[in-house]
Design a binder for this molecule. Structure first.
Ligand code: ATP
Length: 513
């Protein structure tokens, strides 16, 4: 069986070969951690956005959307804390000249120790068979206990160092753990320094008047600074939410794992404004609601898990990630954060404008509390891509690669294929195309054998192929081939649209309150 690493490489190659994702500026040797979406990628991406927008904005009557500018007043990033604290600790290896995130080096080291413990447990489980008591083994085996003690101590030091900004101790921790550079193999490290992740640029053409502004590192602040505008013009009553989809930029120190960590990416965020004191109830509500949204895509319940944060950001009173099992392990896909009144109160202070809501039921004004849901569009794309990629051996001995994407999200919904490019079949196929293409993204193809055309559609995840043959001209029927089962049925042309429509329904995303 191929390793996860090999499968991941195949997925990346497939994404390029079939027009999903290209390296940015490829003919100039690329730009690190920046990617372009190709002709099929953009369709899939738009469908994900649409699915999120419908589930959040259309489905909830008390959520509205906005589209704020990427450039914002620089004081916004002072108020939000990004200018002072949106940092990652970095360290360079003097021999390889490679730069790393210091905390990630330590976390990778921790993962190795945890792997050792798990191997020990697996070995024992095999040895003892049914009689194996894992909890007891973990509590008594000396090697496991020693490694666990090391893990606990390192974690404690790392978190303390990060919290107190004690960069010298994080450097010392790297030395004490004897962590080597994966490239040079040496322990010749620089000091640890803080690195701000925001990209900055100048606004205005005259340098004296130039003002440093930032490319937004999250879309959320565009929502907070429009809170009053939307509340007043939309006559919104608490609880209500504001949603936004848009680009965000972070100068990630270590950008890797394809579109998992990019320097330019897209977020789909929703800030839900609530009465203070009710935020934890809403936080639980949104955790469940968002999980339902993920599960409705059908990628398998076992591939998701919650990771509740123990160490909270200073402005949060509860936070969790929805993690997904990517080919490189469980990793964050979405964050759900109870952010208290931190952001609105900060903007009130820095702008000097009153940002409050008058609650008619309580007959008082307050700064609302906020529960945020923040999901990476590109990471959702990657989750779908990785999950859909399937290599199959067929009964006749041949092989196919099929992208088993949820039909509602697939880039192309149906391909219309004349069996041969003559005898009036292309004209008939074009007529069918014309009846479908306004409602569904369809493709017309007449080149190559029908088998080859089916394979090409499988490779981009098209749920249906509609084949027009000589019989079509006589009785207005076609064959419709389903992607996953490859089953072919003869149906009337008039039935096609209804069959596609039926498959485009998404699973259950309800749960309104
Ligand atoms: P990580 O810990 O992986 O860096 P984060 O906790 O900084 O992520 P948030 O600030 O909570 O991420 O951002 C919300 C969501 O935005 C994340 O759950 C993720 O899906 C997405 N995201 C964040 N950074 C990136 C990035 N560099 N590339 C792609 N998506 C990203």
């Amino acid at each position: 069986m191929a390793s996860n690493d090999e499968i991941f490489k195949k997925i990346i190659a497939h994404a390029k070969e079939y027009g999903f994702i290209f390296q940015s500026s490829e003919i100039y040797d690329g730009l690190s951690a920046v990617y372009d979406y190709g002709q099929n990628g953009v369709e899939l991406k738009n469908n994900i956005k649409d699915y999120w927008w419908r589930a959040m904005v259309r489905y909830h009557e008390n959520i509205v959307g906005i589209d704020s500018a990427i450039f914002m007043h620089p004081t916004i990033w002072k108020a939000s804390g990004h200018v002072d604290a949106f940092n990652d600790p970095m360290i360079d290896n003097k021999d390889s000249k490679k730069r790393y995130r210091a905390d990630v080096l330590v976390e990778d080291h921790l993962a190795k120790l945890e792997e050792k413990i798990n191997k020990e447990v697996e070995k024992a489980a095999k040895r003892f068979g049914n009689a194996f008591d894992e909890a007891q083994f973990r509590a008594t085996n000396q090697r496991v206990l020693d490694n666990q003690a090391k893990v606990d101590e390192i974690k404690h030091r790392l978190y303390k160092g990060l919290e107190n900004n004690d960069l010298a101790d994080i450097k010392k921790l790297i030395e004490d753990c004897e962590i080597v550079c994966p490239i040079s193999g040496s322990r010749n490290w620089t000091e640890v320094r803080q690195f701000n992740l925001m990209f900055s640029t100048q606004m205005g053409s005259i340098s004296e008047d130039a003002n440093t502004i930032y490319l937004r590192p999250e879309t959320a602040q565009g929502i907070f600074v429009n809170f009053l505008n939307v509340m007043k013009t939309g006559r919104m009553k608490i609880p209500f939410g504001i949603a936004q989809i848009g680009k965000a930029f972070r100068n990630e120190i270590v950008a890797r794992q394809f579109i998992f960590r990019m320097r330019e990416f897209e977020q789909m965020e929703m800030q839900f404004f609530v009465r203070p004191g009710t935020e934890l109830e809403w936080y639980e509500f949104w955790k469940q609601e968002r999980l339902k949204w993920h599960l409705a895509m059908g990628l398998g319940e076992e591939n998701y898990r919650f990771h509740n944060h123990e160490k909270l950001a200073h402005y949060a009173n509860a936070a969790a990630d929805i993690e997904f099992r990517f080919p490189f392990g469980f990793k964050e896909l979405e964050g759900i954060h109870s952010r208290t009144d931190f952001d609105l109160a900060a903007h009130q202070k820095y702008s000097g404008k009153k940002i409050t809501y008058f609650d008619p039921e309580l007959n008082e004004s307050y700064v609302p509390y906020v529960v945020e849901t923040s999901i990476g569009l590109d990471r959702t794309f990657l989750a779908l891509l990785g999950n859909a990629y399937t290599e199959e051996k067929l009964d006749d001995g041949s092989e196919r690669v099929v992208m088993k994407l949820p039909p509602a999200l697939a880039p192309v919904k149906a391909a219309v294929l004349p069996l041969v490019a003559k005898d009036g079949l292309p004209e008939k196929a074009r007529q069918i195309m014309d009846t479908l293409k306004y409602d569904y993204n369809c493709q017309y193809e007449e080149k190559d054998s029908i088998g080859k055309r089916y394979r090409r559609q499988d490779a981009i995840g098209t749920p249906y192929c509609i084949t027009v043959d000589h019989q079509t001209l006589e009785d207005n029927t076609v064959t419709i081939r389903e992607r996953d089962s490859m089953k072919q049925d003869r149906i009337a042309i008039s039935e096609i649209s209804g069959i596609i429509a039926e498959r485009m329904k998404m699973g259950e995303v309800r749960g309104k309150r």
